[in-house]
Design a protein around this ligand. Structure first.
Ligand SMILES: Nc1nc2c(ncn2[C@@H]2O[C@H](COP(=O)(O)OP(=O)(O)OP(=O)(O)O)[C@@H](O)[C@H]2O)c(=O)[nH]1
Ligand SMILES: Nc1nc2c(ncn2[C@@H]2O[C@H](COP(=O)(O)OP(=O)(O)OP(=O)(O)O)[C@@H](O)[C@H]2O)c(=O)[nH]1
Ligand SMILES: [Mg+2]
Ligand SMILES: [Mg+2]
Lengths: 284, 292
């Protein structure tokens, strides 16, 4: 037997509220609910001997996963291993708006790569924000990773160029580039990012955002993707908000893989992202 | 409240037309969507529209105004009132010396806002000192020290021991000796699941005894802002709010929810990364932006 239209509307309304309450952007929630509606309309439930509620929940879960099925769960270490087999140093650019955890995440990735036996250098290409260079330097000290830096106010592209040159001459495997946080509404900064991207020619461009974002995630995603190519994402502060709906907003809008979730402020607080795990988490 | 402001407006206007049920429902749906996109919580949105629907069924609105604009105006006024109405927030520093402590989630903009507040009050002819008690984040001391230098404000930070309480005490002593009028105490970012950090902020509060605790909220955060504000309140009082990153396109519903949860007034907003990019909060402008 099929679900009644009334029942489907009720399920969809509840799903919409559930998604929005977890901060999935309104437009993204609406799009997801439309897809789920189509699946529910085709759902056939046996009349007897089954847990109807369970079948419906499973249909909803699968429908949401279907919306993001073309986005792979990437094994980051496998990915960088493959890139490194092609060329060295591998240049990874970290970018994103203010305060979401780029610098801390770079340190975490540096920690991960060093533990895997690679050599790493940091490029302090945030030459703007107070204390940015010292912050990265302290991470470098703690991790035993060299930091290539210039002075505050220097051209970020020049820092990157120097870091890559240093890595090439010393045979270092990875260059992790820290950039200044920038608001997507600041055209000058977004143009600067475009220039940095062109000069750095990164092997990977990683967008860093936090799990606390509300509907603004949609605007951020749309604008950033207009200026630079994003290969993958890292979403931080998931420990503060495990159901962070912005994760789904970014997946649906950017359609790029999420490599990791940041789950704390220590170097080891980084977990690989798995779509199924997250959707189960979101749907409770 | 919502009902009162509505009837006040109605009594002042001549000429009324009916809104039928269907039109009302359509308009409310539109308004709901706008509020949800502004990060206002589902509960508040649905209660608000339920109240309006109940009240406005078969009622009259003024002629010459579209029903939607009229209902938006009612909601606008209600929200402005929640945010403190037309009286500007009290930003004068009443007593000297005055201790102001900033708290908030990681990365929301506390350190930058501490410097902005120092800039703001320095321009009002106060002697403002900055104290960095954050020993967790690498470079935190240096970040605030550089900002303090930029403004010309006295600064105190971790001289090497790793106890925020000790730093705060020594910082306060130094600032009081230097005859500082306003002492701004920056703290490490923290969220409600970081139990030890939440207990630390309570201990810091008990020792510092600040005259005011200002919660710093990132305008781009969604509904977690209110949940986190509520959690902070269980450890320290929240007297005022500073909303950062208003130069984004975020509509600030999360901040509005935090006001409702804490009962604290929004005093300032941050509109950029520079120390001068601070404004005294204006409820009317904030609400028109929220309502899109
Ligand atoms: N709880 C938690 N805090 C985090 C996480 N990632 C980063 N942080 C904290 O967030 C704050 C900001 O981190 P940064 O690394 O400075 O952020 P950023 O993006 O480099 O900031 P800007 O360079 O100023 O744009 C710091 O206090 C970090 O410790 C995380 O996964 N969980
Ligand atoms: N565009 C913009 N950026 C801001 C604003 N306020 C702060 N920032 C930026 O947000 C980032 C984080 O600011 P911080 O002052 O380091 O934040 P914090 O709360 O002290 O961070 P933690 O100490 O790690 O918790 C920095 O890049 C700031 O320049 C604002 O109003 N607009
Ligand atoms: Mg940074
Ligand atoms: Mg800080």
């Amino acid at each position: 037997t099929k679900l009644s239209e009334d029942k489907i509307t009720k399920l969809c309304d509840n799903l919409f509220i559930q998604l929005v309450e977890c901060d999935v952007a309104v437009e993204v929630s609406e799009a997801i609910v439309e897809s789920v509606k189509a699946e529910l309309a085709n759902l056939k439930i046996p009349r007897f001997g089954v847990d109807k509620e369970k079948i419906v929940r499973e249909c909803i879960r699968r429908a949401i996963l279907k919306v993001i099925e073309d986005i792979p769960d990437v094994d980051f270490m496998e990915l960088v291993k493959k890139i490194h087999e092609e060329r060295s140093p591998v240049v990874i650019l970290f970018l994103g708006p203010n305060g979401y955890g780029k610098t801390t995440t770079i340190a975490k990735i540096g920690y991960l790569l060093k533990n895997a036996g690679y050599s790493v250098v940091f490029a302090a290409a945030d030459t703007f924000r107070a204390g940015a260079i010292e912050q990265l330097e302290e991470h470098g000290r703690r991790l035993g990773i060299k930091v290539v830096k210039h002075r505050y106010g220097a051209d970020p592209a020049a820092v990157i160029h120097d870091a890559i040159a240093h890595a090439e001459s010393k045979g270092i495997d990875f260059v992790l580039v820290d950039t200044a946080g920038r608001m997507h509404t600041d055209v000058n900064l977004m143009d600067e990012l475009k220039k940095i991207y062109r000069v750095a020619e990164p092997d990977l461009s990683v967008f860093v955002a936090d799990a606390l974002l509300g509907n603004e995630a949609l605007e951020v995603a749309k604008t950033y993707s207009k200026y630079v190519n994003v290969d993958g994402l890292i979403i931080t502060k998931v420990d503060a908000y495990p159901k962070g709906g912005s994760i789904l907003t970014f997946l649906v809008t950017l359609r790029k893989p999420i490599y990791f979730l940041g789950v704390g402020q220590r170097y080891e607080d980084l977990i690989p992202f798995r779509k199924e795990w997250f959707i189960n988490q979101l749907l409770g | 409240n919502l009902i009162e402001s509505f009837s006040k407006i109605v009594s002042r206007i001549k000429g009324l037309v009916y809104i039928d049920d269907e039109t009302l429902r359509e308009i409310l749906k539109e308004i709901q969507r706008a509020l949800l996109k502004a990060d206002v919580s589902v509960e508040v949105v649905y209660n608000l529209t339920k109240n309006i629907e109940k009240r406005f069924k078969e009622s009259k609105i003024p002629q010459g105004v579209s029903p939607k604009d009229y209902l938006l105006y009612v909601i606008y006024n209600e929200m402005v009132n929640i945010l403190g109405g037309d009286t500007p927030p009290p930003v004068e520093i009443a007593k000297r010396p005055y201790k102001l402590m900033l708290v908030g989630i990681e990365g929301c903009g506390k350190t930058t806002s501490a410097a902005k507040l120092a800039y703001f009050y320095t321009r009002k002819r106060l002697k403002v000192g900055l104290v960095q008690t954050d020993i967790h984040r690498p470079g935190a001391r240096e970040q605030l020290r550089q900002l303090a230098e930029r403004i010309g404000a006295p600064f105190y930070g971790d001289p090497g021991h790793h106890d925020p309480i000790k730093i705060a005490q020594e910082g306060l002593e130094k600032m009081l000796r230097e005859g500082v009028d306003l002492i701004i105490i920056d703290t490490a970012g923290r969220h409600k699941s970081e139990q030890e950090l939440m207990e630390e902020i309570k201990r810091l509060y008990d020792v510092v005894k600040p005259d005011e605790v200002m919660l710093v909220i990132d305008a781009t955060s969604g509904k977690q802002a209110a949940a986190q504000a509520e959690a902070f309140m269980r450890y320290v009082p929240i007297n005022s709010i500073f909303i950062t990153k208003m130069d984004s396109t975020a509509r600030g519903g999360g901040a509005l929810m935090s006001v409702i949860k804490t009962g604290a007034r929004i005093k300032f907003i941050g509109t950029g990364e520079d120390v001068e990019e601070i404004e005294v909060f204006n409820p009317r402008r904030f609400v028109s932006r929220l309502l899109g």
